[in-house]
Design a binder for this molecule. Structure first.
Ligand SMILES: [Zn+2]
Length: 246
């Protein structure tokens, strides 16, 4: 049943991403420095693909165009404000935005972010299973590099590996209550689904364009840029495959 899918994929998208990030830390630094940026490019494609090819068309099919688009706009502005408040932030592997930021704040902001990811996964599954799977994939793709960055910051702040893993897992597990609560609420109030999808799309578009893409611009060579674009297209293509399945 639907709740089982939602629980399964929100656990995969949260604790699974932490496990993926922890595994990534086993690789030598040089390898990690190649894999993580590649993953960020790929994640950008999956986020934009899921928002523009999955969530927005689904939302627009269920509610008036003006209402949906105004909600996307309001969502993007809200995420801007949240990021200003440091409640919402995506860090990158080299931790460029992290210096001076307290580790507890990172964990709190992350828990909030992961809670929202859970809401997003539930809303997508309420539209269809393929959209849910595509959305969960976009969550996993951007959470792995995010968690790698978090690990780096926590280790940098003097936490032991075990403690960093524990704290990251705790903040990641906020995805599950987010998903379950959203499912229970949205199952009752179906009219809210298109608007929650619109906010979800706004969160994906914001993460991709405001958090991930600026980091990608730090690589400027023609080859690196081409590779980034190819990986983004691969991310979009992955979402398309799942959407066609629906
Ligand atoms: Zn996320």
């Amino acid at each position: 049943m639907l709740l089982t899918w939602i629980i399964g994929f929100s656990v995969l998208g949260s604790v699974g991403a932490v496990a993926g990030a922890a595994a990534m830390l086993l690789f030598p630094e040089a390898v990690r420095r190649r894999i993580v940026p590649a993953l960020v490019s790929y994640a950008t494609g999956t986020l934009l693909g899921a928002a523009f090819l999955g969530m927005l068309p689904a939302a627009l099919g269920q509610a008036p165009v003006r209402g949906v688009m105004a909600t996307v706009l309001a969502g993007m502005l809200a995420f801007f404000v949240l990021e200003k408040l440091v409640l919402w932030r995506h860090f990158h592997d080299d931790g460029t935005t992290s210096h001076g930021t307290a580790a507890p704040l990172i964990l709190f902001g992350d828990a909030f972010h992961n809670f929202v990811d859970g809401v997003v996964i539930a809303a997508a599954f309420l539209v269809s299973v393929p959209l849910g799977v595509a959305t969960a994939l976009a969550v996993i793709a951007h959470e792995v590099p995010q968690e790698v960055g978090d690990f780096a910051i926590l280790l940098d702040s003097g936490y032991s590996r075990g403690r960093a893993l524990l704290l990251n897992t705790l903040s990641a597990s906020a995805t599950l209550p987010g998903a379950v609560l959203a499912y229970l609420w949205l199952d009752d109030v179906r009219q809210a689904v298109p608007y929650i999808l619109a906010v979800s799309a706004a969160s994906f578009i914001y993460i991709a364009t405001a958090d991930l893409i600026p980091g990608l611009h730090r690589q400027v060579t023609a080859w690196a840029s081409t590779r980034q674009l190819m990986l983004m297209l691969a991310g979009v293509a992955t979402i398309t495959v799942f959407r066609l399945g629906g």
